[in-house]
Design a protein around this ligand. Structure first.
Ligand SMILES: O=P(O)(O)OC[C@H]1O[C@H](OP(=O)(O)OP(=O)(O)O)[C@H](O)[C@@H]1O
Ligand SMILES: O=c1cc[nH]c(=O)[nH]1
Ligand SMILES: [Mg+2]
Length: 212
């Protein structure tokens, strides 16, 4: 597993505003969108391309386009939905699959309540988006869904990760696939409720409100 931590003053600035508990949902959503765009630039560095011949107004030239099969972007609902538009803006030819997963806050196990993924992901580059990697349980399960469908090239885009979750992910992935994790920051630790410290709280609640 490869880890890339975005090291950029704009990322650091926007992340600080995002962490602030005084930042309300409308601004929070906007910042998530902006941060994803910055992370997506790095996350798509290895996206497969092919030569593409075009004519400019004055000459024919061989350019570049994103190759087939089209990349697949998979937001993990709910919070990952806040990152979808930013990803597809940079990857307009991508298809979108969906995973609905919720961490059981007592057992910390990830429960899957929705799964709309293509059956065969052989040869597809997949981009999983979820703002938070805490214990890693959710992303381990999500990556499993992709690997079991034949995907071998998976990029995870998160805003924050805990060191504990990264370790769990690394062990779970092993050599089953080429998994890259792109994050805005790796935080200090998890607290006794498995929340990321200093973190930003519950990303889904801050984006969309408390539902239960
Ligand atoms: O690494 P883990 O310990 O598994 O925790 C991380 C998960 O928790 C959050 O989702 P949550 O379960 O709160 O669902 P939500 O997006 O609907 O709020 C977050 O968006 C991740 O999916
Ligand atoms: O800190 C955390 C941990 C899990 N899920 C979140 O939204 N935030
Ligand atoms: Mg939540």
């Amino acid at each position: 597993m490869r880890l890339h931590v975005a090291d950029h003053p704009l990322v650091a600035h926007k992340l600080t505003v995002l962490r602030n508990k005084e930042t309300a949902s409308p601004t929070f959503r906007l910042l998530v969108d902006e941060l994803v765009t910055l992370l997506a630039y790095e996350a798509t560095r290895e996206v497969a391309t092919e030569p593409h011949t075009i004519s400019t107004p004055v000459a024919e030239t061989i350019g570049t386009r994103i190759a087939d099969p089209r990349p697949l972007v998979v937001p993990i609902l709910r919070a990952g939905l806040g990152m979808l538009d930013g990803m597809t803006r940079l990857l307009p030819t991508a298809e979108v699959g969906f995973l609905g997963m919720q961490r059981n806050e007592e057992t910390l196990e990830a429960v899957t309540y929705a799964n709309r993924l293509p059956d065969d992901l052989t040869g597809r580059q997949c981009f999983l988006v979820d703002p938070m990697l805490a214990t890693g349980g959710t992303l381990v399960a999500a990556i499993d869904f992709l690997l079991k469908r034949g995907a071998r090239d998976v990029t995870v885009v998160c805003l924050l990760a805990a060191p504990e979750g990264l370790e769990v992910l690394e062990k779970a992935v092993g050599d089953r696939g080429d998994v890259k994790v792109v994050v805005a920051a790796v935080d200090e630790r998890l607290d006794e409720n498995a929340y990321i410290i200093p973190g930003l709280g519950d990303a889904g609640d801050r984006l969309y409100g408390v539902v239960d």
